[in-house]
Ligand binder design. Structure first.
Ligand SMILES: Cc1cc2nc3c(=O)[nH]c(=O)nc-3n(C[C@H](O)[C@H](O)[C@H](O)COP(=O)(O)OP(=O)(O)OC[C@H]3O[C@@H](n4cnc5c(N)ncnc54)[C@H](O)[C@@H]3O)c2cc1C
Length: 250
């Protein structure tokens, strides 16, 4: 019997696990993946994250800091430059960032059960039973659902699914020579945000990290939308345009 079972070891789950374990609760953190694992993401942390969770700065989780960048109008003809003396964003590689956060939780005494998918959760008055795909059943006083967008916890708890909007995106992270990144994005690691790119109800982004750049396009859609935008040609066109504008090298 654990005090708390947490389903999902992404940033939400591992952070909850760390804080609860610090407060001497018995915690089991379950994830269907084994860490380190990949996660589709731009890997940009807002400055607020650094203030609220200052320990991330001291545990080798941050790749680099971005001190500003450019936000472009729809047709790229106009842009606004943002330049700050303090970081507007920190960048991370999700593979190492998420694994690092899980390690911080484990270091505090949380138990990790990885490579196990939660397949069922039943709720009683004073305890919860969580079943994983090997058939193992774990009891706890409380369960925390941190299992992302398709959350089984939310479903089993009878909570409403998200019905308003969802985001669809396509991105890639490219390894790049650090000096070349210095040359194109400066040591201040400027970012680029292209609003309403190609008419998308979203944006395109270029984030520069220590020795990676992360490029993506994405848009928000009503949940029941049937007209899905083909993002692949938009992404390819975006890469071409970024090269022409000399935002990225050939
Ligand atoms: C393309 C893209 C770009 C993004 N860029 C940014 C960005 O630059 N900055 C930013 O702040 N956010 C960004 N986001 C959003 C960010 O990735 C999410 O907000 C964040 O990952 C949510 O964290 P989480 O811990 O709630 O869930 P997740 O990170 O989704 O973690 C959920 C975990 O639950 C596990 N899980 C799911 N189901 C089960 C199950 N049944 N049993 C066991 N385990 C399960 C999964 O394996 C996963 O590890 C981006 C998202 C996308 C898709």
């Amino acid at each position: 019997m654990y005090d708390v079972v947490i389903v999902g070891g992404g940033p939400a789950g591992s952070t909850a696990a760390k804080f609860l374990a610090e407060r001497k609760r018995t915690v089991l953190l379950i994830d269907k993946a084994k860490f380190p694992r990949e996660k589709p993401c731009g890997g940009g942390l807002t400055a607020k994250v650094l203030t609220e969770f200052p320990y991330v700065k001291h545990n080798d989780l941050i790749e680099s800091y971005t001190y500003g960048g450019y936000v472009y109008a729809k047709d790229m003809s106009n842009r606004v430059k943002i330049k700050k003396d303090t970081p507007v964003m920190a960048t991370v590689l999700r593979k190492t960032f998420d694994a690092g956060l899980v390690k911080l939780a484990v270091d505090q005494g949380c138990t990790l059960l990885e490579g196990r998918k939660v397949v069922d959760i039943t709720f009683s008055k004073d305890h919860v039973k969580t079943t994983v795909d090997t058939g193992e059943c774990i009891e706890s006083k409380v369960v925390i659902g941190a299992d992302g967008i398709w959350s089984i916890t939310r479903k089993k708890a009878g909570l409403d699914p998200i019905k308003n909007t969802f985001a669809v995106s396509l991105f890639n992270e490219y390894k790049m020579d650090e000096q070349l990144i210095d040359q194109y994005f400066s040591s201040k690691r400027h970012g680029h945000l292209h609003l309403k790119l190609e008419g998308l109800s979203g944006y395109g982004w270029v984030f520069s990290k220590k020795n990676h750049i992360n490029i993506g396009v994405g848009e928000m859609k009503p949940y029941h939308a049937t007209n899905h935008t083909q993002l692949t040609p938009i992404f390819q066109e975006y890469i071409q345009r970024l090269k022409e504008e000399r935002i990225i090298p050939e």
